[in-house]
Structure formats: C-alpha cells, structure tokens
Design a protein around this ligand. Structure first.
Ligand SMILES: [Zn+2]
Length: 667
C-alpha cells in the first residue's frame, strides 16, 4: 500500500533527471555529480534548486542584465556582483522564461519574463534581499514595530502598519518591507499605488512574498570559473569517458557507419567532440542543415569551426531555400509549438536527403546532441528511430548530461562555441523557432533588427489576412495551435478572440463538407463539399490517380474519378460531389480522406520531397509546381500520405471534419 502511494507521488514531480548540483561551502565551488568535494575531500550538500535541474552558467551579459534589474527595481547602484563571479541560472517552468539565480551556492531569487508587459522582472528571495539590504533606495516600505512579528510569520503588510514608503511604488511592484532601522523583514507585492495608500486608512498594502526569517549571510570567498573547471575536471572526464565508451559500443553492436547531426548548438558541439574522440579512425560524416532560417552567426560559426576542428572535408551542408519557409508561413500560418510543420521540410527532409546521398539504403547511426533534462519529450531514450527517416538510428551520447556538465566540458576542452550564447540565447535554434520563448524573440529586437522586422511583417500579413486580434502578435499567441492553460491564465483576452485564434483558418482548405441522404439506402448517399480554391487542374488530373481511375475529360471543366463503387466529380470552382458505393464506414472515411488530401497536397505541395523515397514504384516527380504522380505506375498504396506534412500536421482539422461527416451517414 505504502509503495503504491510512493509511486503515485513520484508521478506528479516534473522529474526529468536527478539534481546533480552540489556546492562546497569550504572551497566556495559548485561541484557536479559528487557529494565529496574533489578539491578538499569534504562531504558536501546538494543545492536545493527547483526541477528540472538544468542549470547553466550565467554569462557576463546575464550578470549585467541581472544587475540592471536589481538597479531598476531597488535603485541599487553598487555593483553587488562582478561580471566574473560564479553565478548559475536554473531554467524553471513558467508561462514564458524564468530562471532561478544561484550565486555561490545560494539561491537569491528569480528573474521572470513578463508576458503582458514583455519585459524581465526580478524577485529576490530572503537571501537576495539581505545581500542588497544596505543599498535599497527604491520600492521600499517601512512598517511599525507592531507589524513586524506578523509579517515575519507570513502575514501581508497592512495599510495601518505602514510608517512611510517610497512614493514611486506602483501596484504589482516587487517591494522590500523594512523595519524602522531599515533592516529588511520581507519581500512583497504591492496591492495599490503608494499615492493611493496615502488616502486610505485600511486594507492590504502588500502581499507577503517571502519573509526574512534567517538573517545569516554565508561567508563567500569569490572563486572564478577557472577554479570551478579545475575542481570539476576529473568528474567531467569520467562522464565523458562513459559517453565515449557508449559511442564505441553502439558502433560495435550495430556495425553501421556513423554520422553526427550538427546543429551549431552547444549540445551537438559536445556530441561532435565526443564522436571525434571515440572513433578517430572512422570516416565520420558531419551533417549540417542550413534551414534557411538560421541565425547568420550560426552559419558563419559552423564554417569557422569546420576549419578549426579540421573536419571541413567531412562536413556535408544542405541549404534549404529561405523562400520555402516563408511560402509555407503564409500558406499554413506561422509554425507553432504544437504545430511544427517547419521541422519536416527544413530539417527532416534535408537530413534524409543527405543520409541517402551518403549511405546505401540510408543505413547509419546518427549521433544527436539530445538531453533528458531539456524536456519531457526528450527524457525517454538514448536510442530511437524517426518515422520519417526509417533506416537511420538516432543515438544520443549525452542523454544524461545537464547544461552545466555540457558547459564545463566545453570550457575544459576549450571548444569554440556558438557566439549566440554570449548574447543571452539559452538555446541555439532557428531564429523563427516557435519553441523559443517570447523573451528570446524580443532579443531579436536589440540583436538583429532586420530579422525582427521581417518576422513582424510576415506575422502582420497573416494576422490581417485572417482578421485576428492584435494580441495574436503582441502576446506571442501565434506560437501555438492550442494555447496552453498557463498562458491563458495571464491573458486578458476574451474567449471568442481565443477561439478565433485557435481555429487557425488556412489559406487553402476544405471549406465545406456535408451529406445528402435521400433515404436509408447508402448507395444513394452523396457527399458534397468545396475547397477554398482549386488551381492546379492539370496536375490534379494526374495526381488524383492516387485515389482511383481519372476519366479523361476534354473540356476540363470537371474531373471524374472512379474507384470500385465510388465516383467523384471535382469542378473547376473547387466544389465536388462524391457518390458512395456499397462500403462500410471505415472504407468511406479512407476514400474521402484520400480524395480530399490528394487535392490539398497537390495544391499546397511544399516540394519537401519527404514522400519521394516512400514511393516504392517511383511514381513521384517534382518541379516548381509541386509533385506529379505517374498514373501508369502508381499502385494507390497511400504510403506517400503518411510522411506528408500536409496530411500529418497542417490539416488536422480537415481530418476531423471528414470524420464528423462520415459518422452522420445512416448505414
Ligand atoms: Zn571543497
């Protein structure tokens, strides 16, 4: 019984991996993975950070930004940290981006990106407030002696207890609650403007956020990153040896050639370095996909790196045309976190092409820098296969590494890393990646105005076309198909606006579909419908042979497709009529789906060619107008549908419409 309880409890914890961050108070150094300090040999404690425990070093730019926030909030002018100090940031869950700040083993508070105001905010905890106590010049309030005990016990600060306060305090500001000697007793969130308070006699002034119960500041000996690297070096070497063995073992077991999928990010840099060490004799291929929406810094970094690390001859680059992405953007709408069609044509299809060009049957081991601490989706396995690239076996040799371990490895081995990380980018990605936080998108504004303008223009174009509310862009809602609850919670939009946004009407789609059933006999049932437009009639004449036999029709005002008992008429204006034969529900659904998606795929083909190798009879060819089917060889197996992003991702709502209509038929 007890065991059952335990298991249930475990499930609720956002558990991606263990907390492996320790701190030696004596040496004043963060240590990974060991409860014995490698420098002094003393037993050390875990730092009680919040899951998922993926801490990373704060860059000089990060520290500068944190100092700026403290100055902005509390008027602290003194540089309480130096840019060379050892500070860690721990990415924790929030509606956008939030980092726990760890300063020499002490958690001092959080910085959080505010979705509504689109700016960073800071909330220091008790320890952080004590650090700046003597320097607080702004957002302070002094309470009388009678209120102190209650506030220390967690009560809110009430208006009658206030002696005086900074006139600049505004509602929702984070404020320091002080006693008459200006000793900090709590941090709180103002419920009203100070100007208002002066007119009122009762009520709550500030919500208690954190009480300062313990006033001891631990002694800090400021160490440097050089010392951190040195102290952790043997641990990092042991971890990397394990990964190197892992790569060799996989290679021996699978007996396949090895490639590295290099993205230009820190994780794939470490993976690449490990691979080069593990398999020095192997003719290692390094694949880099320039998705067409890469940061210019990433592209030039990869070039420089290949020279520096001497793998220029083995580097295989595939460049995707930028225009393909923007075409898709205006066809299917901006890609979303839960709607990532972009990865299919900008990453999977080109990598598949590279693999097939370089290995017979596309059989290879692909080393990928993926880590369990990153997300739930990535927390499962260190070996996996991808439905879109069947013969490739993905292997991650760094599955159990945290970001801090990655960085310590990079520093220790002096690997040249992507300069984007110095600019406060936490993760390397395409610059329009919907997985990015709004905080990261807003970095574009200061770091790369040209890209920021381009994105704003394209978003605005789509928003206007679809008549969506302004918040669609200003709140970053374009990044989702279904807006997650934690984001809904902080929004001020009403439900109709949200449902308009979530409908995500596409440029080209099945607009209407319904049945006409004169009596109970299924043979007399007709499905009527219309597409928003049909333009590629000539292509359709060939491509609809994926569904059935297309009857020649000289006038070309309509196409007639026949398959067993089914007959479809598709007219030039986009309407169609589908006569059902003697078939069961499943058969009808399949046929209607295939017909509708043949039209959608023909009209909206992105030329990604993911379907190309799926076709065992080689019936598919491509030109600027999209794909064409050879009616004389196509066997109507339908395999090419299963990999098409239009079938699998962008038009999911269409599948639902078809399901609904078919379920209405009286059988
Ligand atoms: Zn020590």
């Amino acid at each position: 019984m007890q065991e059952k309880k335990k298991q249930k409890k475990k499930k609720n914890i956002p558990y991606l991996g263990k907390n492996i961050l320790y701190f030696c108070d004596y040496c004043c150094l963060p240590i990974v993975k060991s409860n014995i300090c490698p420098r002094c040999g003393k037993k050390i404690k875990r730092v009680p950070i919040t899951p998922p425990y993926d801490v990373r070093p704060a860059t000089k730019q990060d520290i500068k930004e944190i100092l700026r926030l403290i100055k902005q909030n509390f008027g602290v002018r003194k540089k309480i940290f130096s840019l060379n100090d050892v500070m860690l940031l721990n990415h924790v869950g929030s509606e956008d981006q939030m980092d726990e700040i760890v300063y020499y083993g002490n958690i001092i508070g959080i910085r959080r990106y505010d979705l509504v105001y689109r700016r960073w905010t800071i909330k220091l905890n008790a320890y952080g407030l004590l650090l700046i106590e003597k320097e607080i010049k702004k957002n302070w309030v002094i309470v009388d002696d009678g209120a102190i005990k209650n506030i220390l016990n967690g009560s809110n600060a009430l208006i009658p207890g206030i002696t005086c306060a900074d006139i600049r305090i505004k509602k929702d500001n984070y404020i320091a609650i002080l006693d008459k000697n200006r000793k900090v007793i709590a941090g709180g969130i103002a419920k009203i403007d100070e100007k208002e308070r002066r007119k009122q006699l009762r009520g709550t002034y500030a919500k208690n956020y954190v009480a300062v119960k313990n006033r001891t500041l631990r002694k800090i000996k400021k160490t440097t990153w050089e010392e951190v690297i040195e102290a952790n070096s043997s641990i990092i070497n042991d971890i990397s040896k394990e990964s190197i063995h892992f790569i060799r073992r996989i290679k021996d077991e699978l007996k396949l050639p090895v490639a590295v999928s290099f993205s230009g990010g820190k994780d794939s840099l470490v993976t690449l370095d490990l691979a080069l060490k593990a398999l020095p004799e192997e003719n290692l291929k390094i694949f880099f996909i320039d998705t067409g929406i890469e940061f210019p810094q990433t592209v030039s970094y990869v070039k420089k790196l290949s020279k520096k690390m001497n793998f220029k001859d083995n580097l295989k680059v595939k460049k995707v045309k930028t225009r393909i992405f923007w075409n898709a953007f205006q066809k299917f709408g901006p890609p979303g976190r839960d709607y990532r069609y972009c990865c299919k044509f900008a990453k999977l299809a080109p990598i598949r092409e590279l693999i097939l060009q370089n290995y017979t049957d596309g059989k290879c081991i692909s080393l990928v820098g993926q880590r369990r601490y990153e997300s739930y989706a990535r927390a499962t396995a260190d070996i996996w296969q991808n439905h879109y690239i069947p013969n490739q076996i993905n292997v991650s040799p760094i599955q159990n590494w945290t970001a801090l371990v990655i960085w310590l490895y990079i520093f220790l081995n002096k690997l040249p890393y992507n300069p984007l990380y110095e600019k406060q980018y936490e993760r390397k990605c395409c610059w329009v990646c919907p997985l990015s936080n709004l905080a990261q998108f807003d970095l574009l504004k200061s770091n790369n105005k040209k890209l920021y303008k381009k994105l704003s223009r394209e978003l605005e174009k789509w928003r206007k076309k679809k008549q969506l509310p302004k918040e669609y862009i200003s709140r970053g809602l374009w990044r989702f198909k279904h807006i997650p609850q934690k984001i809904r919670n902080v929004l001020t939009l009403d439900k109709t606006d949200l449902s308009e946004i979530e409908k995500r009407k596409l440029a080209m789609d099945l607009e209407e579909i319904d049945i006409e059933q004169s009596d109970c006999r299924i043979q007399q049932t007709t499905i009527l419908g219309s597409f928003s437009r049909v333009t590629k009639f000539e292509n359709l004449q060939k491509n609809l042979s994926m569904v059935g036999k297309v009857e020649k029709n000289n006038s070309l005002n309509f196409l007639q497709i026949k398959k067993s008992d089914f007959t479809v008429f598709l007219y030039r204006d986009g309407t169609f009529k589908l006569r059902l034969g003697k078939a069961n529900e499943k058969k009808i659904k399949n046929f209607v789906e295939k017909f509708v998606f043949s039209v959608l795929r023909t009209e909206e083909c992105l030329n990604c060619k993911l379907c190309f190798d799926e076709c065992k009879t080689h019936s598919l060819s491509f030109n600027n107008n999209g794909f064409s089917v050879d009616p004389s060889t196509c066997i109507q197996c339908g395999k090419c549908f299963d990999v098409c992003p239009i079938y699998t991702i962008t038009h999911q709502n269409t599948k639902e419409k078809i399901r609904n209509v078919v379920s209405k038929i009286n059988f």
